[in-house]
Design a protein around this ligand. Structure first.
Ligand code: 523
Length: 136
């Protein structure tokens, strides 16, 4: 049970292939219906962020990943769901992501990323990512 005012700890995947990055659209019944996000989900009790990301991506996209490095932690502390979003670069271990929970996914070119209608916490993350990608 989430405590009042507790901050939800969430992980997000930054998966890059060529000049594209993978994004997912939240399902329609959701509070953030149709918003785009970097795939991931809640860290469970006792789980490391890396393990949470591996588990979430297997559940949501049916693929295993290797976590490479932490990129940024975004604090989006506004109600109704204050959250801390830990974003990691990772690579696929084989296979291609296939949505397991009826969500839409797409590989979007870096230069189109900021035109997506992102969930609030993912907006600054996308901005940091584009800035970073422009320097490498
Ligand atoms: N976000 C978010 N951005 C983002 C993710 C992965 C999650 O803003 N990139 C938010 C959306 C929800 C909360 O974090 O408010 C939890 O994400 P969710 O619902 O994808 O976590 P799951 O998959 O662990 O949740 P269940 O479907 O309930 O298991």
């Amino acid at each position: 049970m989430l405590e009042r005012n507790a901050v939800l700890e969430v992980v997000a995947l930054l998966l890059i292939q060529g000049e594209k990055v993978l994004v997912a659209q939240r399902p329609k019944k959701d509070r953030l219906a149709y918003k785009w996000e970097f795939p991931g989900g809640k860290i469970e009790k006792g789980e490391s962020p890396e393990d949470a990301l591996i588990r979430e991506i297997q559940e949501e996209l049916g693929v295993s990943i290797r976590v490479l490095s932490h990129f940024k932690t975004i604090e989006h502390l506004e109600p109704p769901v204050p959250l801390r979003l830990y974003a990691y670069f990772a690579q696929l271990q084989g296979g291609n992501p296939v949505p397991q929970e009826q969500q839409n996914i797409q590989w979007i070119p870096f230069n189109e990323l900021l035109s997506l209608d992102f969930a609030p916490a993912d907006i600054p993350l996308a901005q940091y990512l584009v800035s970073y990608l422009n320097t490498v």
